[in-house]
Ligand binder design. Structure first.
Ligand code: SAH
Length: 286
């Protein structure tokens, strides 16, 4: 199927006198090569249910509807409702919802759709080009809260993508890296120049794919998250100092040092020198 998304976007923006709304972080993807590659990376099939967050003018939606069984499109901007219905009038395999994704119970929604369509979908996937300021909360909502979503393919700022797949002892390595590693298998799929969007954002973007995979077991998850946040709160300082000044488990200096020694961690170590297994061991040996 040959789609000229740049032309369609210009026509729609003219017809409806639409200007990209900064408040909703609107940057429309107009590069058909990138759009095709997103579909390829997401690996969606005609047996899958896809949730698209922030469809905007429908540029990515059209590709999703051509390649999946059914899609739920969730768009916060009321102005996009008529535009999307008009643009997608030849498709009947979608449900359009006008709401804020952060207010939606995704798993309930998926249940409703499966019941209504009397279909059990093979995979449930999230595919999205969203405003950068909500990608991280959405990624965690999907990875942590939803039991039904298998993977998520999403556009983020290139720097954020690099943080998600960073190695220890690098500047990009941190809380986001460890959280993403803990919950999923992450890969950078596509680097996207700012010229692929209207209007062009200031930064380079990247499409990342996160496949849910809980391969680590931690005795106390909440404490593990606290440890990571405490450790990286002052990433330039020694780990022991960072844990002390952030009152990790209200331990005093000597208790913290004992804890590190017990885990074969040198007292000079900084947070960025430890890998996820080191942090998990600290918790599991408590
Ligand atoms: N995916 C489209 C549009 C990208 S712009 C494309 O690639 O061309 C980002 C879209 O996300 C906008 O349409 C914006 O209105 C929508 N959006 C922003 N915040 C949202 C939220 N909290 N919930 C749902 N949609 C949101």
């Amino acid at each position: 199927m040959n789609i000229n998304t740049l032309n369609i976007t210009k026509k729609i923006m003219n017809k409806y006198n639409i200007k990209a709304n900064k408040r909703f972080g609107q940057n429309f993807l107009i590069d058909d090569n990138i759009l095709e590659n997103i579909i390829f990376s997401s690996n969606i099939s005609k047996e899958d249910l896809v949730i698209e967050i922030g469809p905007g003018l429908g540029n990515l939606s059209e590709y999703i509807l051509n390649n999946s069984k059914f899609a739920i499109l969730i768009e916060i901007d009321k102005n996009m409702q008529e535009i999307l219905k008009d643009r997608l009038k030849n498709y009947d395999n979608y449900l359009l919802i006008n709401d804020d994704i952060l207010k939606i119970n995704i798993d309930e929604l998926i249940d409703d759709i499966e019941l209504k369509n009397n279909t059990k979908y093979k995979n449930v996937k999230v595919v999205a080009n969203l405003p950068y300021y909500i990608t991280t909360p959405i990624i965690f909502k999907v990875l942590q809260d939803s039991k039904k979503i298998d993977d998520i393919t999403v556009m983020v700022q290139k720097e954020v993508a690099e943080r998600m797949v960073a190695k220890p002892k690098t500047k990009a390595y941190g809380i986001l890296t460890i959280m993403v590693e803990y919950l999923s298998d992450a890969s950078i799929e596509i680097i996207v120049p700012n010229t692929s969007f209207i209007p062009a954002p200031d930064v380079t973007s990247a499409v990342i794919k996160l496949v849910k995979n809980k391969k680590y077991s931690v005795n106390n998850e909440e404490l593990f998250f606290k440890l990571i946040h405490s450790a990286f709160a002052q990433r330039r300082k020694k780990l022991s100092n960072s844990l002390e000044s952030t009152h990790f488990m209200d331990m005093n200096k000597s208790e913290i040092e004992k804890l590190l020694v017990k885990n074969n961690i040198s007292l000079n170590t900084r947070a960025e020198e430890l890998n996820i297994n080191d942090y998990i061991n600290i918790i599991n040996n408590l």
